[in-house]
Design a protein around this ligand. Structure first.
Ligand code: GTP
Length: 597
């Protein structure tokens, strides 16, 4: 296809504003798929994504459209991941296209997450077409939302397309806007090949599939290619496009988006943002902006049943095949036995992987509290990265610690503003900005990531009744007074409960943890001291009193069915307990103990 008849675009939207429904409509209205093959939400392939209503893997589809002017266009839609954890992946997909549809629910308005993705689109020099969706609903208020788009985002929304992805109103207008308002791609067929590696995933039949955008040159089946960042070389086996089913083509030229397979063994061998060129007569310089994504949040995953360790290893290895951004290494914990220390791009990424292990592999897990990476500067000048509080070196050898800070953007209705400011303040936040757009406030805070990874988002949702939206970016590492806090149960340290805390907040956190554990640990036949300590110094203490004999006696009285039920319940409960010294600690204690409410 000649460049003038290609349009490449992505859709930027907040979760639930209708991105998938609109994409489905665009595909359907152009007969890209036969009606009977049209499955709901074609673009979200995995069940788990559907259930959580999020899109993780970038997907793409090629749409053939005959415009009102009678000319045939090829429209390539790249579906970008909708969550902040995948910011780098989003930025790469954005670089692969020239324009974006900004879908905003006309009954809701702009959200923080939309903002983050719009800024990525603006960074990538996109032409942006605002699309006001859900105009079929009585609560739709296009004028207000268009005004908000202009105020908050600062782009012209006077010609926003009004759409109902559900009923189909405005779909043709959207297609026309793509053709006439978005620029055609540029590129030169006669230059050496430069193709951007936009995404890759593992397919059980084809092996690793690589999504590419050709910038310059032509890519053909059988070509010998080279990845410029990793230096790896391959022969191209297959080449094709998504309609959305994989369809073979002979070649991909400038401006085109498609896939290749090349006997690549693991997703790990492909780096998003890498430049693919020919082995011979290749490009001299790679495309700019390559920066492999790094895990930022770490936690331990342990099987509840230690006999399932090998199964867990298997599950983690399989998941890692398809997800290069997820890292793991074996970990042993005195409290939890054998498990893995895993690194994730963010909290959502962590939750998705954990859920998949539990659901798809049917392994019950104990997840330890998420932690960020600290930079530990030793007295001798060396710096080490600390991924696990349990590995904190002896404080007498440490000069100082640095922690990652973030810039958080929160959009919240006025009425909840006070609570949000308090929450940010409580989490050692520094206010950077506060502006109003209509009846909503936009708050920008500088916060330590370690105060956010755990339950910040849950707290934010609960104090704002779900009305706030939140987005963040890591900005830098900064020194602060951080210490390792240990928890001792029955005088023994429980390594999986160690955390890094700010010195000024240690007493408060320690007390809260001891109180929580006192509630969570069942009473035993003996008294159990629960303590929080920094170094050798106890800073908080609770005592779980011993179980009195007559309480058990009472429980075991009564009729037989009740007794049986009780026994069964205890048995089930036992499975979720971890024996530690002489004390049984329930599985949920390892997470709940750290929650602050
Ligand atoms: P994620 O995939 O979670 O990012 O969400 P999304 O932005 O893709 O939203 P999705 O297309 O799943 O739509 C969210 C909800 O809004 C679904 O229940 C849709 O049926 C509904 N919806 C989408 N478009 C419209 C519309 O034009 N009108 C109405 N009434 N409902 C719509």
């Amino acid at each position: 296809t000649d460049l003038a008849h290609i349009r490449n675009f992505s859709i930027v939207a907040h979760i639930d504003h209708g991105k998938s429904t609109l994409a489905d409509r665009l595909i359907q209205s152009t007969n890209t798929v036969a009606e009977r093959d049209m499955k709901e939400q074609l673009l979200d392939a995995m069940d788990i994504e559907r259930e959580r209503g999020i899109t993780i893997k970038a997907n793409t589809v090629r749409i053939d459209y005959i415009a009102r002017n009678g000319e045939a266009y090829v429209l390539n839609l790249i579906d970008t991941p909708g969550h902040v954890d995948f910011a780098y992946e989003v930025s790469r997909s954005m670089r692969a296209v020239e324009g974006s549809l900004l879908v905003v629910d006309s009954t809701q308005g702009v959200e923080a997450q939309t903002l983050a993705n719009v800024y990525q689109a603006i960074d990538a020099d996109h032409e942006i077409v605002p699309v006001l969706n859900k105009i079929d609903l009585p609560a739709a208020d296009c004028d207000r939302v268009a005004e908000q788009i202009e105020d908050v985002i600062g782009i012209d929304a006077s010609e926003a397309v009004q759409v109902s992805a559900k009923t189909g109103i405005g779909i043709e207008d959207t297609l026309e806007a793509i053709v006439h308002r978005l620029p055609a791609p540029q590129g030169d067929r006669d230059q050496p090949l430069k193709a951007m590696l936009v995404d890759s995933w593992y397919d059980p039949y084809l092996g690793v599939v690589v999504l590419v955008r050709i910038m310059d040159g032509v890519l053909k089946k059988g070509d010998q290619i080279k990845m410029m960042q990793t230096g790896a070389k391959y022969g191209v086996d297959r080449i094709g496009v998504f309609r959305p089913a994989m369809t073979k083509v002979d070649e991909l030229g400038p401006g085109e988006i498609g896939f290749i397979t090349a006997s690549i063994k693991q997703v790990r061998d492909t780096k998003v943002g890498d430049t693919i060129t020919h082995e011979k007569k290749g490009a001299e310089k790679p495309l700019p902006g390559f920066a492999p994504s790094q895990p930022v949040v770490f936690c331990g995953l342990f099987p509840v049943d230690s006999a399932e360790f090998e199964d867990l290893r298997d599950a983690i290895e399989k998941l890692a095949l398809n997800d290069a951004s997820f890292s793991y290494e074996m970990e042993t914990s005195a409290a939890l036995g054998f498990g893995f220390r895993c690194g994730f791009l963010g909290l959502l990424h962590l939750e998705v992987i954990r859920d998949r292990i539990e659901r798809e592999y049917d392994i019950e897990l104990i997840t330890t509290a998420p932690s960020v990476i600290y930079h530990v500067y030793m007295k001798d000048g060396a710096m080490t990265e600390l991924h696990n509080p349990a590995d904190m070196p002896d404080p007498s050898t440490v000069d100082h610690l640095e922690e990652p800070r973030i810039k958080a953007t929160i959009l919240v209705p006025d009425e909840f503003l006070g609570d949000v400011l308090k929450l940010c303040q409580d989490r050692r936040g520094i206010q950077l900005d506060l502006t109003y757009a209509g009846s909503r406030a936009m708050v920008v805070y500088d916060l330590p990531l370690n105060e956010v990874v755990f339950d910040f988002y849950d707290r934010l949702k609960s104090v704002t009744k779900g009305y706030a939206s939140f987005d963040y970016q890591i900005t830098d590492y900064r020194e602060d007074n951080l210490v390792k806090m240990q928890v001792l149960v029955n005088d023994e340290p429980v390594d999986a409960l160690s955390t890094m805390v700010h010195r000024d907040r240690a007493e408060m956190r320690g007390r809260a943890m001891c109180e929580k554990l006192k509630e969570l640990i069942p009473r035993h036949m003996f008294k159990i001291p629960i303590q929080a300590a920094i170094g050798g110094k106890v800073i908080a203490r609770e005592t779980l009193s011993a179980l009195r004999k007559d309480v058990t006696a009472k429980c075991y009285g009564g009729d037989a069915t009740r007794k049986k039920k009780l026994l069964e319940k205890q048995k089930a409960g036992k499975k979720k307990m971890r024996q530690f010294g002489k004390v049984d600690i329930p599985q949920e204690a390892f997470i709940s103990a750290l929650k602050m409410d």
